[in-house]
Design a protein around this ligand. Structure first.
Ligand SMILES: C[S@@+](CC[C@H](N)C(=O)[O-])C[C@H]1O[C@@H](n2cnc3c(N)ncnc32)[C@H](O)[C@@H]1O
Length: 733
């Protein structure tokens, strides 16, 4: 056997990362059959099915390029028949698969009623009103050119209004699942989003269909039916000069189809699949499409045309496979939204809102599968790359593949119900081999050794709101509800619970008896040690976790002045203060730096909590951002600007004339936002008679050692202390 044929024993897509297979390929001198066999054997042992044996050929990827071990160069058959690029109307399984429609009947009704109102409103009210303003009185007396321009103006307004209404109705569900309303103008002819090619085919076929339907109805004597509809509006002005032709072309060939396809196929047909079988949704949406043209005479042709367009739309809109299990489907959807939001740096997308929302079935399972898929994302991406599972299959999205590979390799297994599951199942051996190779490359035995830590894997902490109940009462209630409850060894009003318990929906969390707050975040108020009757200023207070903590320590006696400048966060601050029953809190919505702290209004302030905006690096390691791009570096410019604000805020706080204690804290791992800020303000603090004091002598973690007096500063390490990364310093006078 020659070295060249030995190369063919190794599945080329899989060999690129494997030491054994690379050496096989790059060693032309190794021509001895025995040597080759030995190396193949050892490679096979290392890489599992990366070498295609007869037994494994069913499951090995890229079979056309793999040769059976020990046989001639006979390629084995392509196993991914479903992965082929299938075009056409009659893909019946597309009519049986469930669609992923995230909205309900109310959204459908609102969208369609909104569209109908805009359709009639533009044509009957808006445009005539604008026309009369510019001196157009009577449509019928206009010239043909003016009529066509008028029709164009009408269609432009209707198209924008209609698309805007569909957008508004579905906006809250964006980004939509791969099934729905997916137009990609950048790839007009490429499958899977080849809607334009199909649209053009539809345009080419439509005269035939309309003609055939008209002929059929004419034979039945139906053309005797009188009536006028939207088609007649255009037909009337068919005496053509160039401007008329261009306007009419714009109306009939561009704008109206875009509007109608979006409203009737993209929105209505898709939405109706939630309530009826897909074939019925095609027919129902076609009837609506016909009725919308406001002509009894044209109704039959338009319904036939709509039905044809609907049946063309279904298999091509459904270019992607979705998972058959509802949990996996929802998890893939959530994952896709998270990945998209991460790529576009869009804020406001959270794992919890996507998986625990009211429209989600089996919330806990969906949350768990999404979170676990995210945790395994890096490993699964590497497996997908090695196995090339997605390259041969344009119908499987990355997010569905990630969820299904998670289920198959790390989760509860996967039942091969639909095409997506069958495709993944067929490649099980290769996926396992790719996992094996990945673990070997990373030098670990088990995948758990390389998974990122998340909030989920650490114990939970909860603060007892001592305004409303005692720690003892909270402990016994939680013991009854979640089992194990431990008092925190440092903070008297904090309880530690198992990592598995989710208290978001607990009635005592909802009524403000308990506050879900990390242990680190409870340390500043405890470090301040305010006494009942004190006035404390929380300079950057929203959403008010530390503010309400201080209020509880004051036992509502005294005052907490809570300042925040952000309007949205300020609302949450007020709501949280109310929920906690913290009547001693006075909220001020303002820029803290602009407050006149030396004036009489704040002369009674004894203590300050300063917890300014920071990079959040102490908490992000547990958040989605870190799961998605763990090595992302901090933006130096942003860090410098945050540190500058933190220093300014601290200098400003020192202006309070009767200040006794000041706690500075940030949930940051960077010394720029911790020790360095303290060092910079130290001369001013010393000049004013303040010095650093150790608030928690028993706490083991201290400031970074290279800074003076760092042993008096407190740090929390996310891994070692099982809480947020945190920095804290206490000044006293
Ligand atoms: C880290 S958060 C505070 C968290 C809060 N201490 C808690 O535990 O719930 C920082 C807050 O500072 C506010 N902030 C930032 N700059 C401010 C300024 N110049 N004046 C007042 N508030 C400011 C932000 O709006 C944000 O709500």
């Amino acid at each position: 056997m020659q070295a060249t044929s030995c190369q063919q024993h190794v599945c080329p897509r899989l060999n690129n990362r494997s030491p054994a297979s690379i050496s096989l390929i790059s060693s032309p001198a190794r021509t001895q059959k025995a040597a080759v066999s030995r190396r193949l054997h050892s490679a096979q042992q290392q890489l599992g099915c990366l070498i295609c044996s007869k037994k494994r050929r069913e499951s090995c990827l890229l079979p056309r390029r793999c040769i059976k071990l020990g046989s001639s160069k006979q390629p084995i058959e392509e196993v991914t028949e479903e992965a082929g690029q299938k075009w056409g109307v009659f893909q019946w399984r597309e009519y049986n698969r469930p669609w992923q429609v995230p909205w309900g009947g109310l959204t459908v009704a609102a969208g369609m009623v909104g569209w109908a109102v805009s359709f009639l409103g533009v044509a009957l009210v808006l445009l005539p009103a604008v026309g009369s303003l510019v001196g157009v009185k009577d449509f019928t007396s206009m010239s043909a050119t003016d009529k066509s321009v008028y029709a164009l103006a009408n269609q432009i307004l209707e198209t924008f209004a209609g698309l805007g209404i569909v957008f508004l109705a579905t906006r809250k569900f964006m980004p939509l699942s791969p099934d729905i309303l997916k137009f990609d103008i950048r790839e007009p002819f490429a499958k899977p989003r080849g809607w334009l090619a199909w649209g053009l085919l539809g345009v080419l076929l439509s005269p035939l269909v309309v003609g055939a339907a008209a002929a059929a109805f004419s034979l039945l004597g139906y053309d005797e039916v009188n009536g006028k509809g939207t088609v007649d509006g255009v037909a009337q002005i068919l005496s053509l000069d160039l401007p008329s032709f261009a306007s009419l072309f714009g109306v009939t060939a561009v704008l109206a189809p875009i509007l109608e396809e979006t409203v009737f196929r993209g929105f209505l047909l898709t939405s109706l699949t939630k309530f009826m079988p897909t074939w019925a949704a095609v027919i129902a949406s076609s009837v609506a499409f016909g009725l919308a043209h406001l002509s009894v005479r044209d109704l039959p042709q338009l319904v036939v045309l709509g039905t044809l367009l609907g049946f063309v739309y279904v298999p091509n809109a459904r270019a992607f496979w979705t998972c058959s299990s509802v949990v996996d489907r929802q998890a893939a959807h959530a994952l896709e939204k998270i990945l998209e939001a991460h790529t576009t740096r869009r804020h406001g997308v959270s794992l919890k809102s996507l998986t625990l929302g009211s429209n989600i079935e089996a919330k806990k399972a969906t949350y768990a599968v999404t979170l676990e898929s995210l945790k395994h994302l890096q490993v699964i991406d590497a497996i997908l790359e090695r196995s090339q599972l997605l390259q041969d299959c344009s119908q499987l999205t990355r997010s569905s593949a990630v969820v299904l590979v998670y289920e198959l390799l790390f989760g509860q297994g996967m039942r091969p119900l639909g095409p997506a599951e069958r495709h993944v199942q067929k490649h099980k051996d290769c996926l396992e081999a790719a996992l094996f190779a990945e673990l070997q490359d990373r030098g670990v035995q088990n995948v758990s050794e390389i998974l990122p830590e998340t909030e989920e894997s650490r114990p939970r902490s909860v603060r007892v709101n001592t305004i409303k109940l005692t720690v003892a009462a909270a402990t016994s209630r939680l013991q009854a509800d979640v089992g194990s409850v431990e008092p925190d060894d440092l903070l008297g009003d904090v309880l530690i619970l198992p990592s598995s318990c989710h208290l978001h929906d607990h009635p005592w969390v909802k009524n403000g008896n308990l506050i879900l707050q990390s242990k680190a975040s409870c340390m500043p108020a405890q470090a301040l040690q305010p006494k009942p009757g004190w006035t404390v200023m929380d300079c950057c207070a929203a959403p008010g976790n530390k503010t309400t903590h201080v209020a509880a320590m004051l036992d509502n006696k005294g005052e907490v002045i809570a300042v925040d400048r952000d309007p949205q966060r300020f609302k949450r601050l007020k709501a949280n203060a109310e929920l906690a029953g913290a009547t001693c809190i006075r909220c001020i919505q303002d820029d803290f730096l602009k407050l006149d702290l030396e004036g009489a209004e704040f002369s009674s302030v004894d203590g300050v909590l300063l917890d300014p905006s920071c990079s959040g690096s102490g908490t992000t390691h547990t958040q989605l951002d870190r799961l998605l791009s763990p090595s992302e570096d901090i933006d130096e410019g942003r860090l410098a600007s945050l540190a500058s604000f933190q220093e300014k805020a601290m200098r400003h706080a020192f202006k309070l004339p009767n200040l006794k204690r000041l706690v500075y804290s940030t949930c940051s791992l960077y010394s720029n936002e911790g020790e360095e800020v303290i060092q910079k303000v130290m001369p001013l603090a010393t000049q004013l008679g303040f010095k650093l004091q150790d608030p928690f002598p028993s706490w083991p973690r201290r400031g970074h050692r290279e800074f003076l007096q760092s042993d008096l500063m407190i740090r929390a390490d996310p891994k070692l202390d099982h809480t947020d990364g945190f920095f804290l310093a206490l000044f006293v006078r």
